[in-house]
Design a protein around this ligand. Structure first.
Ligand code: DSN
Length: 429
């Protein structure tokens, strides 16, 4: 009776696969899995449960996931030089919830990046942190809007005595001044929680600040933006064991039950890729973002952060208010198969959220498909032809994108080679 309806869903999945494969994807919070990692989706692990820790599960039948989870945790500790790694959160917000639930109490004062200044929704009054306290104060920013005003923030710390300051954001162009505020935070016992969702791969690739080494108490992240996937969350720290037990309980049973074992296995694969290719990838990603920003500026766009070299991450922010704003421009680009999101910019009031002045561009996915600075120049031209010249560029976008379909910074190049049939092992009879 419902078989035809299932076919409709299958067709929609097929349409998505075919469409996004032709698009220039510039959403700053996305990335693609390598073939090696993606091909493990739907393994038997997709059907299973494994609450608890390796070797101490509430379920039987977990021997293999125990081994995978242990290897992943051990690799993350090496990659991020930390003593604790929690891998059971199934998203970045879920990881934040595991942390906030134990370190933010009713009535606590917390400092966060405001939404226009780039703060993530889980740092917002209506998001995860708002469930635990309502005393949420925005971190002061410098006039350009993209940097913390360190003096004013330290003054605010002295005056309001927060328990926690949440750094890291979703519109994230420049490093956070962790080291600069660490002493004041130490004096007033303020914990620095650093949400590294957007920059995790840049940190792993050693091309960005190292929050844990600069003074952050802990770092949360999602694992699929500049990191190679899969879509999950993590918490990393060098904190004392006593405190870590709170995170442990925050992750399970505090904010999750089962932890989606098939994507955990994919993340174990992606983490090896990050260990091997992360440095080169992160370097190329940042260079690409800077090249794209400079070219968009040259072509007549109001690219943000110009006085500071535009960006030190995978992101570029552009004020498109001169061209009818972020909502209209992101739609126009989508019609031409260039996919990105509208974004509020730091000077905007919250009620602009549905019609903000900006767009946010991320180059991390196209970099993973092998694009370099020259290709960034071409993307800037295509955006200009579409937005400023009002030309239809869809066919050219599809033609251009068709040249970049293999996933680099992975072992897929090896997998692409025609496989030689495995020789049967001779066994002693
Ligand atoms: N809201 C997402 C972003 O695009 O930055 C992160 O969860």
């Amino acid at each position: 009776m419902y078989e035809k309806r299932i076919s409709e869903i299958e067709q929609l999945i097929h349409n998505q696969n075919r469409w996004r494969d032709k698009c220039i994807n510039l959403i700053a919070s996305e990335n693609v899995l390598s073939h090696r990692a993606r091909s493990q989706a739907g393994s038997d692990f997709a059907h299973r449960y494994a609450e608890g820790h390796p070797g101490e599960r509430y379920y039987r039948g977990t021997a293999f996931i125990d081994e995978i989870e242990s290897k992943l945790t051990a690799n993350l500790k090496v990659l991020f030089q930390c003593t604790h790694a929690e891998v059971r959160s199934i998203s970045g917000t879920n990881a934040n919830e595991a942390v906030f639930s134990h370190f933010v109490k009713p009535g606590d004062v917390v400092l966060v990046n405001s939404t226009p200044a780039g703060g993530h929704i889980s740092h917002h009054r209506e998001g995860s942190i708002g469930k635990f306290t309502r005393n949420i104060i925005d971190i002061p920013v410098t006039p350009d809007g993209y940097h913390m005003d360190v003096d004013k923030t330290i003054y605010l710390i002295e005056k309001t005595r927060p328990t926690v300051i949440v750094l890291g954001k979703s519109l994230f162009l420049f490093p956070e001044p962790v080291a600069e505020i660490a002493a004041a935070c130490n004096t007033y016992k303020v914990r620095i929680l650093y949400d590294a969702a957007h920059v995790l791969g840049l940190i792993a690739g050693k091309q960005f600040q190292r929050p844990l080494q600069e003074g952050a108490f802990l770092m949360t992240a999602s694992t699929h933006k500049t990191y190679f996937g899969s879509q999950r969350g993590i918490v990393l720290s060098n904190m004392e064991d006593n405190d870590w037990r709170k995170i442990d309980r925050g992750a399970f049973p505090g904010s999750s039950s089962n932890h989606h074992l098939d994507t955990l296995a994919q993340m174990a694969i992606a983490t090896f890729e990050m260990m091997e290719f992360g440095e080169q990838y992160a370097e190329e990603t940042i260079k690409n973002a800077q090249a794209l920003a400079a070219e968009l500026d040259r072509l007549g766009f109001d690219v943000q952060g110009k006085d500071f070299g535009y960006t030190q991450t995978h992101q570029v922010a552009v004020n498109v208010s001169a061209f009818h704003g972020g909502e209209k421009i992101s739609r126009l680009l989508e019609l031409n198969d260039i996919i990105l999101n509208m974004n509020m910019l730091p000077h905007e009031p919250l009620n602009h959220h549905a019609h903000p002045e900006g767009i946010r561009i991320g180059v991390q996915e196209m970099t993973r498909f092998g694009m370099g600075e020259q290709e960034m120049g071409r993307i800037a031209e295509l955006i200009k032809e579409c937005v400023i010249d009002r030309k239809t560029v869809k066919e050219e976008v599809n033609r251009f994108r068709s040249k970049y379909r293999k996933i680099k910074y992975s072992y897929d190049a090896v997998a692409d080679k025609p496989s030689t049939p495995a020789k049967s092992k001779k066994t002693k009879k």
